[in-house]
Design a protein around this ligand. Structure first.
Ligand SMILES: *[C@@H]1O[C@H](CO)[C@@H](O)[C@H](O)[C@H]1NC(C)=O
Ligand SMILES: *[C@@H]1O[C@H](CO)[C@@H](O)[C@H](O)[C@H]1NC(C)=O
Ligand SMILES: *[C@@H]1O[C@H](CO)[C@@H](O)[C@H](O)[C@H]1NC(C)=O
Length: 538
């Protein structure tokens, strides 16, 4: 189907000035639709006509189709209908009806949502979740059709982006037909709650913004060297001693809240418990877990990575990951495995002796493999798949391509790494070009947008193993004060790259749509930073 470029309906600044007092008098809610439509990320196919349809904020409704496999008992959709009604019309209790009368034209009375297959209303999303949908907007009823609720969620977002306001302030939508589905099934945002604690509110707001950009995976790098905010039932001392303070923890109730909120938006939550490196904070509440470092024959008092030679280590990991696998419903857990510093292992005489016994020679990669293989076995026994950072693959740990996904994060030569990882038969997720914690002057979103994830040498079978990518915002310099503006709209560029068709690459068109999309996020309560000079209408 043809892809039409939008001709945005521009309102002159003077017209807006005239309108402004009117809008204020009428108490028009600020969260409502914009004065021109802008789609982000761009759907696979959009066809529009100049036929305008009017929506009444008082009577317009989003409802279940009679032949839908989901009904009013599907809370996920009910909640989404309520949310999207508000995104379109704002939060005002008393919408201004007078304006509707001034508009002539055909009214569109409702959006009917039809789920055509087993709805999966009460399920958690996973890598195979169907997010496709078809949206037909015509008088006097619009129809959103999807096989599963996941597609309905994406289609509701698109519908809300299509509604705008004419120069009288009336809500309008062009006659439209959209067919849409994601290019990649894994579209992630990485947040880091170890370098700084992020309040629950910030995490939930991130999930909202993710839904506005059709992201579907929250990669929650929950613990690291600096703090251990995950409150374990089996090992309460881990956060008791390893969190920044008793207030800076995530209880199981907090986590449930995040999981529910994410599920309702079609977002998976994959927790990362990185080891054997990056575990300083684990050692505070769990004695003998970390390797004691030596200077000559003396202990230095410092600790290195997890001690891989003790049976107690694996007893601990078994109990711990059994709990984690029950707390987090996703069928994948991220096991980390990056940046293991071998120097402490090298200094420890017991480790040296173990290396000799095992015949590892001087290869500390083999010791790392020994550890990771045991860890992977433990996690596999809970019926979960796992994700690991690329070093685990680079260091030749024996992994099962059926259950392990390798994440490519290193900056240089990531094309070569993608090629190697997929040649070995592993599914992969790309992060390298999307480290949003690196900031610079100017419009760096263009750099993220420019990336083509499949541009590496490999067969089509290899390319199919690229599941998608993740925009990573590591937390060394990020807390609740700056997370949102640093993430949005920069991550939106990655969102479109991973959702839209490969040929959607026009930067000027992207700039125009993204500018408007950013204003829409701001209206919806997301403090997204500006792309460049300009202003937001309304
Ligand atoms: C939407 O309708 C308006 C009013 O007829 C028209 O000016 C505009 O070009 C239409 N948009 C598209 C993309 O067809
Ligand atoms: C994904 O979820 C659906 C619905 O719960 C389920 O039927 C399917 O088996 C799951 N797929 C995987 C790969 O887990
Ligand atoms: C550790 O476990 C192995 C395998 O189960 C066993 O052979 C060994 O004796 C155990 N070591 C200690 C110190 O308990």
């Amino acid at each position: 189907m043809a892809l039409r470029v939008f001709c945005p309906r521009v309102m002159s600044p003077s017209a807006l000035l005239l309108l402004l007092p009117l809008l204020l008098l009428a108490g028009v809610p600020l969260a409502a639709a914009a004065t021109r439509p802008a789609l982000w990320p761009l759907p696979v196919s959009v066809q529009q006509t100049p036929n305008l349809l009017y929506l009444s904020p008082v009577s317009f409704e989003i409802t279940h189709g009679l032949d839908s496999s989901a009904g009013p008992d599907c809370f996920l959709l009910q909640d989404a209908f309520r949310r999207y009604h508000q995104y379109v019309f704002g939060y005002s209790e008393n919408p201004d009806v007078s304006r509707m009368s001034s508009s002539v034209g055909t009214e569109i009375q409702k959006l009917v949502v039809v789920i055509t297959s087993d709805s999966e209303c009460n399920a958690y999303p996973n890598i195979t979740s169907d997010e496709s949908y078809k949206l037909v907007v015509q008088a006097s009823v619009a129809v959103l059709e999807a096989r599963k609720v996941w597609g309905a969620l994406r289609g509701l977002e698109t519908f809300s982006q299509l509604v705008y306001r004419d120069s009288y302030g009336a809500y309008v939508i062009n006659e439209t037909e959209v067919t849409d589905f994601p290019r990649f099934p894994f579209r992630g945002i990485l947040i880091d709650t170890s370098r700084h604690y992020l309040p629950l509110k910030t995490i939930l707001m991130t999930l909202d913004a993710m839904a506005f950009n059709k992201f579907n995976v929250l990669h929650w790098h929950i613990v690291d060297d600096n703090s251990f905010p995950y409150q374990s039932m089996a090992f309460p001392e881990l956060s008791g001693k390893g969190a920044f303070s008793h207030a800076h923890v995530y209880t199981h109730t907090d986590i449930r809240h995040v999981l529910d909120y994410a599920r309702l938006r079609g977002i998976r939550v994959i927790p990362e418990f990185d080891s054997p490196g990056h575990t300083n904070a684990w050692g505070k509440g769990q004695e003998n877990l970390l390797t004691a470092c030596y200077a000559g024959s003396q202990k230095t008092g410092f600790f290195g990575p997890v001690n891989p030679i003790l049976n107690t280590t694996y007893d601990f990991l078994s109990t711990f990951f059994k709990e984690v696998s029950q707390v987090f419903p996703d069928n994948y857990i991220h096991l980390g495995g990056d940046e293991v510093d071998f120097s402490c292992w090298k200094s420890n005489p017991d480790v040296t002796k173990f290396m000799e016994e095992q015949g590892f020679g001087q290869s500390y990669e083999k010791l790392e493999s020994y550890y990771i293989q045991k860890l992977v076995d433990i996690v596999s026994s809970t019926n979960k798949g796992n994700l690991v950072w690329q070093e685990v693959f680079d260091n030749k740990v024996k992994l099962n391509p059926q259950t392990t996904i390798v994440e490519v994060w290193k900056g240089s030569y990531y094309e070569k790494e993608l090629s190697d990882v997929t040649a070995a038969g592993f599914a992969t997720v790309l992060l390298s070009p999307w480290y949003l914690d690196y900031i610079s002057y100017g419009q760096d979103w263009r750099r993220y947008y420019y990336v083509e994830p499949l541009q590496f040498s490999g067969t089509s079978t290899q390319k199919e193993l690229v599941l998608g990518g993740t925009a990573a915002l590591w937390g060394e310099y990020v807390d609740a004060t700056n997370l949102m503006p640093r993430l949005w709209p920069r991550a939106s560029a990655v969102g479109e790259r991973l959702w839209s068709s490969k040929q959607v690459r026009d930067e000027n068109d992207a700039y125009n749509r993204l500018t408007e999309h950013r204003c829409r996020m701001v209206r919806r309560g997301i403090p997204a930073e500006p792309l460049y000079v300009g202003y937001c209408e309304l």
